[in-house]
Design a protein around this ligand. Structure first.
Ligand code: FAD
Ligand code: FES
Length: 272
């Protein structure tokens, strides 16, 4: 088996637009080459296009789903086109080859001690939380009594990845910035309105989304005793802890998002 820091080959099975600028890619990797059977929710891959000079550096994408397939694995990635790298990736067709490195980083710390799991997703931040949900479905024994998902987007036609959440969660609460579906406002406000209804000792929050959302959440939870882990995003070059390009400020100094994260305790990060 190759080390997880090695680039493997992945063949595109499908790469389709499921909402404006939002794509779902399925990649086939052979099991002989992969360490994906060990992947845990919150981990990510670095993706590079084979045979092209651009993008030269890999792009980090969270694992959305993984399942065995015909002696190998299908790795699913849910991504939004924001710049040239993700645009190039979105143009790729079935049977084209990618370089894929992973699973990388430290994922969510999944504790069996909480009976209520609260997922808070901002936009494409739903990707790693959906994989976490899938994990709970597969491990029926350690499944919490209640899983509540909060999903916020700018407008309703950008809601992606909800089907799995609706199948697995006890409740899915939606917010849109423009009021086109669900609560009219920020997903953090929607969550804040419900916060007092959760038992702080029994509950754990897992969140992923834009920095501004995570910073807002940190403010809401400042004086609360509820546990909260967040998956943070930084620009990355190597993805394996070698270049220090992804440093994030924490209370004890700096940490590398790619190696020490991307998942951190929300109170560990300096949100300024
Ligand atoms: C651990 C991790 C997991 C991620 N998972 C996903 C995912 O599942 N789906 C998804 O759509 N995106 C995810 N991202 C973000 C994704 O990596 C970036 O959107 C992508 O690298 C942008 O590349 P680009 O060449 O298209 O954009 P660029 O041309 O490089 O940049 C375009 C814009 O996006 C911003 N940007 C670039 N890279 C990042 C980044 N890493 N984090 C935040 N903003 C960035 C830039 O500041 C700029 O405003 C993840 C990032 C990290 C670090
Ligand atoms: S991207 Fe190089 S150290 Fe994190």
């Amino acid at each position: 088996m190759l080390h997880k820091n090695s680039m493997m080959s992945g063949r595109i099975i499908s790469n389709r637009e499921i909402a404006k600028d939002h794509f779902l890619m399925s990649l086939k990797v052979s099991s002989a080459e992969s360490s994906f059977q060990e992947a845990s929710p919150g981990q990510f891959v670095m993706l590079r296009v084979k045979g092209r000079k651009f993008p030269f550096l890999g792009r980090p994408l969270s694992i959305y789903s993984i399942y065995p397939d015909d002696g190998g694995f299908i790795v699913e990635l849910l991504y939004r086109v924001v710049g040239e790298g993700t645009y190039v990736i979105s143009r790729l067709k079935p049977d084209e080859e990618m370089y894929i490195m992973g699973p990388l980083g430290r994922g969510f710390d999944i504790s069996p001690d909480h009976s209520c799991v609260i997922l808070i997703a901002g936009g494409i931040g739903i990707a790693p939380l959906s994989f976490l949900c899938e994990h709970y479905r597969r491990c029926a024994a350690g499944r919490p009594q209640k899983i509540i998902c909060y999903a916020g987007v700018q407008r309703s036609n950008l809601l992606v990845g909800l089907e799995r959440m609706e199948e697995i969660c006890s409740g899915v609460r939606i917010s849109t910035d423009d009021g086109s579906r669900g609560y009219h406002g920020l997903v953090t406000e929607l969550f804040k309105n419900d916060l007092s209804s959760y038992g702080h000792r029994d509950s754990i929050i897992y969140a992923c989304g834009p920095s501004a959302m995570l910073k807002g959440l940190a403010g809401i939870l400042k004086d609360q005793s509820v546990s909260c882990q967040v998956s943070v995003e930084e620009r990355m070059a190597c993805g394996v802890g070698a270049c220090l390009g992804c440093a994030v400020r924490v209370k004890s100094g700096y940490k590398r998002v790619c190696r020490d994260g991307p998942v951190f305790d929300i109170h560990e990060i300096v949100w300024d």
